[in-house]
Unconditional design. Structure first.
Length: 382
């Protein structure tokens, strides 16, 4: 008689081929969709996105519509090449919808790339006054300048590794946002929990972030081309969070400081500077743990991008220290971006050099070619 384990293995083997076929079909459908959308954008059809710069609306048009909505898609096919490996994949296939109901706004986004469809965002945002807003649902947590930047507006194809290691990803929760002194100061604070869809324990996260804008207003875009030339300005941000709750005996990676466990305190500091068509961002992170041999870990990165005025090209450089206690481990990246149809379509070529990481003395080289298509279409409004 077969054992349950052998039966499970047999079942897994029998279903692997259909899953693989489904994944292949999904990739092909995504490619066809991207080509169709690109054709629509290129032909200037009635579905094309309106120009980014429009005439100043009248006071009547600024009144929130009772009901309005848009639907869109974000596609990212990419090719990664190393000295001994090549991989083509659809990194992102993200249908999205957003709209307004009275003064409240909503946003829903899913991820279709990969083997499982994932609900990324489902949030509602309510104004509680002229300068205070309440956000509820599942959404991006207020930690890290890069993580809070909309993905289509990020300069580099991926986050720097410290952002992914120290942040708390999208969570269910509630957050208050306050804007003070003409929006020069922003305060964000919220309570988030482990997503119950992941079947984890309920151990809430308390998180806060404060930013101060110096000089000219600082746009949310990480890419100078999207924001356009600007006066000199800077944005200083400080973020922190901690998780409360009972620790389990087998908390993941408790000794390596990868992932925040109850009792940990994680802090982030970021500085963004803009001058003309040059933009630079630096972020540093630290985690303090009181119940493990490794009590502290810190990492940082810095990046700069520049776009000549009147040009559709942009260049960028980034350097990352994944662990400050190991200064020999460095990741260096160089990026060239070509924009088409403003921010709807862009092609990126990145070179990445990693040296001295994980005890590996041999440097690794990677070349990434990525296409990004992002558009919105109005589907309702009155």
């Amino acid at each position: 008689m077969p054992t349950p384990a052998s039966t499970a293995r047999t079942s897994t083997t029998q279903t692997s081929t259909p899953a693989s076929t489904a994944s292949t079909v999904r990739i092909r459908l995504a490619c066809v969709l991207s080509l169709l959308l690109f054709a629509l954008l290129s032909s200037g059809s009635a579905f094309a996105v309106a120009p980014a710069v429009a005439a100043t609306p009248s006071p009547q048009s600024q009144t929130p519509a009772p009901l309005s909505g848009e639907m869109g898609v974000l596609l990212r096919p990419r090719l990664d090449l190393t000295t001994d490996h090549a991989e083509w994949r659809m990194q992102m296939v993200r249908p999205r919808m957003r709209g307004k109901v009275g003064k409240a706004s909503w946003f829903v986004q899913t991820e279709l790339a990969g083997t499982a469809n994932v609900l990324l965002d489902a949030r509602l945002r309510f104004p509680l006054g002229e300068s205070v807003t309440l956000t509820v649902g599942r959404f991006i947590t207020p930690f890290s300048r890069a993580f809070l930047t909309p993905v289509p507006k990020l300069a580099f194809p991926d986050f720097a590794s410290p952002v992914g290691e120290f942040r708390v990803s999208r969570q269910l929760g509630a957050m208050l946002t306050a804007k003070l002194w003409g929006e020069r100061v922003r305060l964000l604070g919220g309570v988030f929990s482990i997503d119950p869809l992941a079947k984890k324990l309920f151990r809430p996260v308390f998180m806060g972030r404060a930013t101060v804008s110096l000089g000219a207003g600082m746009p949310a875009d990480m890419a100078p081309y999207l924001a356009g030339p600007s006066q000199t300005g800077a944005l200083l941000g400080v973020s922190a969070y901690t998780r409360i709750g009972e620790r389990t005996p087998i908390d993941a990676n408790a000794a390596s400081l990868v992932g925040a466990e109850p009792g940990d305190v994680t802090i982030g500091v970021d500085l963004s500077v803009r001058h003309g068509s040059l933009a630079c961002v630096m972020e540093g992170f630290a985690r303090i743990r009181t119940h493990a041999e490794v009590r502290r870990k810190a990492a940082t990165y810095a990046q700069c991008q520049a776009s000549p005025q009147g040009s559709d090209w942009e260049g960028g450089l980034r350097a990352t220290l994944p662990d400050i206690s190991e200064p020999g481990g460095v990741v260096a990246e160089a990026l060239v971006t070509r924009y088409m149809r403003r921010q709807d379509l862009k092609v990126q070529l990145r070179y990445r050099l990693a040296s001295g990481l994980a005890g590996n003395a041999d440097p690794t080289h990677q070349l990434t070619l990525q296409l990004q298509l992002h558009t919105w279409l109005t589907v309702a409004g009155n």
